[in-house]
Design a protein around this ligand. Structure first.
Ligand code: PHE
Length: 337
């Protein structure tokens, strides 16, 4: 038996696999469940006691030699893609899934990139805020319905500590902390006391923009938004509908002309061809003054949009809850973006 084992070592010493498949066959032949080594271990049982030590050593030597041959040759094949996984199957678990970026992160990044091209810097602020930064500093009158418990999550009352309902709070922080000119985009998570449905969620994300300088006009706002629509949606036809926000005057809502070429277009634009994208307006002089900015010298515009809403339009997602559940079957669809 000792000679047989030595013979095996010599026989396999010059083995050189030409493919992973050949190497795998080699492994199965020698070390597999019905392989040569298995037989040797069976035979070992019948080896006379006095020879057991030597034979045992020889079998172990053969096994180490075979294992080393396989490992060494496998390394040579590594880096050749899929094939190398086959051999790994029996040494460690394989099939790790590649992750994907969340659609909200993708859209957030894209929007920030578009505005950074024209000089907007990113500014961020806390999610837990006080009344001043979310409401009073933004010209909300004391009886405004947004201050209602039904609309806002309060953490404490008198003085009011609450979860911010919009990223406009970062406007107030930036205006108080720095001097014009300022040109910032403010991404962040916001909270509203709303029932969760396919259309709305109590947590979502916004990106807000603010530009303050001398002689900023409504035409500047319009040009900036047209540029954004062109870059993000590939469409340059927009319209501004009059609207109302306590902190901007005049205020508007911007729609992008999407077109009515397919059934989906009809569905997502509710048959109008227009998509409602964001709220905007010229910063109310009261808001500038509240943050100690001279409203005679400076003017500015602001705009704000919901990231989930934009992601839903872009990827034709019809239930906002899908963006929060993190179901891998949903997320896997975004692997390529
Ligand atoms: N803050 C507003 C909202 O949450 C959006 C907005 C921002 C409107 C800036 C005008 C200007 O709905």
């Amino acid at each position: 038996m000792l000679d047989k084992i030595k013979g095996y070592i010599e026989e396999t010493a010059s083995f050189k696999a030409e493919s992973l498949e050949q190497l795998e066959n080699f492994r199965i032949h020698w070390l597999g469940r019905k392989g040569v080594l298995k037989d040797l271990f069976e035979d070992f049982k019948t080896v006379p006691k006095e020879l057991k030590r030597d034979v045992g050593q020889a079998v172990n030597e053969l096994r180490s030699h075979l294992e080393a041959t396989i490992v060494k040759q496998k390394e040579a094949f590594d880096g050749q893609g899929q094939e190398s996984l086959n051999l790994e199957d029996y040494t460690r678990p394989s099939g790790f899934e590649l992750g994907s970026k969340h659609p909200v992160s993708v859209v957030r990044r894209e929007i920030l990139d578009i505005f950074s091209q024209i000089g907007f810097k990113v500014a961020e602020g806390p999610e837990i805020e006080d009344d001043w930064h979310v409401f009073s500093g933004l010209n909300f009158p004391p009886e405004h319905p947004a201050r209602d418990m039904q609309d806002t999550f309060f953490i404490e009352k008198d003085p009011d500590i609450l979860l911010r309902t919009h990223t406009s709070s970062v406007q107030v922080r930036t205006m108080t902390d720095s001097e014009p000119p300022m040109r910032i985009v403010m991404p962040g998570r916001v909270f509203r006391n709303e029932a969760i449905s396919a259309r709305s969620h109590c947590i979502f994300h916004q990106i807000e923009g603010l530009y303050i300088d001398e002689d900023v006009s409504f035409a500047d706002l319009k040009q900036t938004l047209m540029y954004f629509a062109k870059e993000f949606f590939g469409k340059s036809k927009i319209r501004l509908r009059p609207s109302y926000f306590p902190f901007t005057e005049p205020s508007a809502e911007m729609d992008v002309y999407w077109g009515l070429n397919s059934e989906t277009d009809y569905r997502i634009t509710k048959g109008t061809g227009w998509l409602e994208i964001l709220g905007c307006g010229m910063v109310d002089p009261n808001v500038l003054e509240a943050s100690n900015i001279d409203s005679k010298k400076y003017s500015g515009f602001a705009f704000g949009m919901g990231i989930e809403r934009i992601a839903m339009l872009r990827y034709q997602i019809d239930d906002i809850r899908l963006l929060f559940e993190n179901d891998v079957r949903f997320l896997q669809q975004f692997k390529s973006i």
